[in-house]
Design a protein around this ligand. Structure first.
Ligand SMILES: [Cu+2]
Length: 570
């Protein structure tokens, strides 16, 4: 085992999570001191309208709203999704044939590859606009809030991310199966969480294949994927028996540790893992949600890692967006690898819900009754709700596990700093380290210590965890952005603290998105569960403050207010 946790086996990990999951059952519609959403809403196609733009048309709209049917679970054979790097020649040939036929359909056909790719673009590049509906007021009279202008709608960066993408690839898979007359056809998944799958699967690399896409970073197609990727660093050639044994191990260890963080250490509850509720009523420039770790970690890393910085396109906003195809959400659906990447993101959600203690997600009807319309293979528009897609068995597919889940055993154990720089009341640290001034503009290479951030020393309510909260992080949505957070480490060495170290507390990450106006910034709340970090570094009992160290990985981020530590559900 590459990085087995000392003294902790898989049974302990699972047993430890069961208690968390039990608390997580009550997550529905919770509000907390850090809930800044004035009003959420369940999203339906009725609230969304698509606005085509020049070269970026809307996906084929339903011919009539009356022809939309409600989703019913499939009754055909079970589709078995296999790891792409272990797929047999029969599956690869079938997928190639299906995709060749999908590409051959006229663009106007909703089953065509162009239309399928346009669905993703439309839902994240500003084509869809969201209109906050007016609700009747009890007793009559004017609604409590004036009608707001429509705002760009995005299926990323909130609790909509996981269910929407499950729906999207589910219908993509059904359409492919129907094009080859096989109702058991299943999408291969890109098994980047297993060391042998940590590279672009072979089936996508042949330039003569319909599975190929020319817009990929040429230095990365044969390299180890870096799941905690932002940009930079030398790619490590992918070869399980590589001569660069030391670096090979580092990449794999970092990836497994990133997954442990995403799935377990920081995926402690639905809000942390699936993202915050989609918010429709906010102050100007406030983000409509926050991504969970399912979205912000390996998912985003792989997108940015595969995109080619030299390939650019004009977004709906009129601005140039590079890192095509995968590194810009507006073009990501044009790369066939996207769908296998998202099959693995979907599998990660399934494992989290099914195996890691039985996480249920949210019980809030606002989430469960959110619905979208997709074309099926007939093609016929089908309305599908979040509550319809929570169980993959009911959707007629399953994931074939061929490799052990090595990341389950990769709890970080190494300590970077042998001694805390903050002790007790933190008085000494306060005297040594002046507090930074907020708003704080982050600069790459200048790590910042926020000394002596107070933590609650008494246990919170049942099911609550200690969470580090940045209530206002401002950034340019059209640029990739990242900063890491580590606890009680000297700033000179903080840059080397990766997810492998116990002091790593998480990251804020943005993948460039469309739909914004030039120069526009948005503000998002970032919450990092730090309970495990505190336990591991010995911040327990009456230790009432820690040093929070910020490690900027990109330019262009401003933290408007100092972080706080609160007890809340996660
Ligand atoms: Cu997406």
């Amino acid at each position: 085992m590459l990085c087995r946790a000392g003294g902790l086996d898989r049974r302990d990990v699972l047993a430890g999570l069961t208690g968390v999951a039990a608390g997580g059952l009550n997550l529905a519609a919770e509000s907390s001191g850090t809930d800044v959403c004035l009003r959420g809403d369940k999203i339906m196609d009725l609230h969304l309208s698509c606005h085509p733009s020049g070269s970026s048309p809307c996906p084929s709209p339903p011919s009539s709203p009356f022809s939309i049917v409600n989703f019913t679970p499939p009754t055909g054979p079970v589709r078995v999704r296999q790891p792409a790097h272990l797929a047999d020649a029969g599956l690869v040939d079938k997928y190639k044939l299906a995709l060749a036929r999908m590409r051959a359909l006229p663009d106007s056909d909703p089953r065509s590859f162009a239309s399928q790719a346009a669905i993703h673009q439309a839902y994240c590049d500003g084509h869809y606009q969201y209109q906050v509906p007016i609700r009747p007021v009890p007793g009559g009279g004017m609604p409590p809030m004036p009608l707001q202008p429509p705002s760009a709608f995005d299926v990323h960066f909130s609790w909509i991310f996981a269910p929407w993408h499950r729906m999207y690839i589910y219908f993509y898979e059904r359409i492919l199966g129907s094009l080859v007359g096989d109702d058991a056809f299943a999408l291969p998944y890109w098994n980047w969480d297993a060391p042998s799958g940590m590279a672009l699967p072979e089936m996508f690399k042949d330039p003569a294949s319909p599975l190929y896409d020319a817009n990929r970073d040429p230095t990365h197609v044969d390299a180890y994927v870096v799941l905690d990727y932002i940009k930079g660093g030398d790619p490590v050639p992918f070869d399980p028996v590589a001569v660069q044994q030391h670096r090979y191990n580092q990449v794999v260890k970092d990836n497994l540790a990133t997954l442990y963080n995403q799935m377990i250490r920081q995926g402690r509850g639905a809000r942390c893992f699936l993202g915050e509720r989609f918010c429709t009523s906010l102050e100007v420039n406030q983000a409509s949600g926050t991504a969970g770790t399912l979205e912000s970690k390996a998912h985003t890393g792989v997108h940015i890692w595969l995109g080619d910085a030299s390939k650019c396109t004009t977004g709906y906003d009129g601005a140039q967006h590079c890192d095509n195809d995968m590194g810009f959400l507006g073009t990501a659906g044009r790369d066939p690898a996207f769908y296998s990447h998202h099959a693995n993101v979907d599998r990660m959600w399934h494992i989290w819900a099914d195996q890691l203690g039985g996480h249920r997600g949210f019980e809030d009807p606002e989430w469960l009754d959110t619905s979208f319309v997709f074309y099926d293979e007939t093609p016929r528009p089908v309305r599908v709700r979040v509550r319809d897609v929570l169980d993959v068995a009911a959707l007629g597919y399953r994931y074939e596990e061929r490799e052990p889940l090595q990341w389950l055993d990769c709890r970080p154990t190494s300590r970077r700093a042998p001694k805390d720089t903050t002790t007790g009341t933190g008085g000494a640290a306060r005297a040594r380290m002046p507090a930074p001034v907020f708003p704080l503009r982050l600069r790459v290479g200048r790590n910042v210590v926020v000394p002596c951030v107070r933590r609650p020393t008494r246990n919170g309510k049942k099911g609550e965890l200690q969470v580090l909260v940045f209530d206002a992080v401002e950034f340019d949505p059209c640029r990739d952005a990242k900063f890491d957070v580590v606890i009680n480490v000297a700033p000179e060495v903080a840059g080397g603290v990766t997810p492998q170290w116990v002091e790593y507390a998480g990251s804020f990450v943005n993948i460039q998105r469309g739909g914004a106006k030039p120069g526009e910034t948005i503000v998002v709340m970032v919450q990092l569960p730090v309970e495990d970090v505190f336990d591991d570094i010995g911040v327990v009992g009456d230790v009432d403050a820690v040093n929070v160290v910020l490690v900027p990985r990109t330019e262009g981020i401003t933290i408007l207010r100092p972080p706080t530590i609160v007890s809340q559900k996660c």
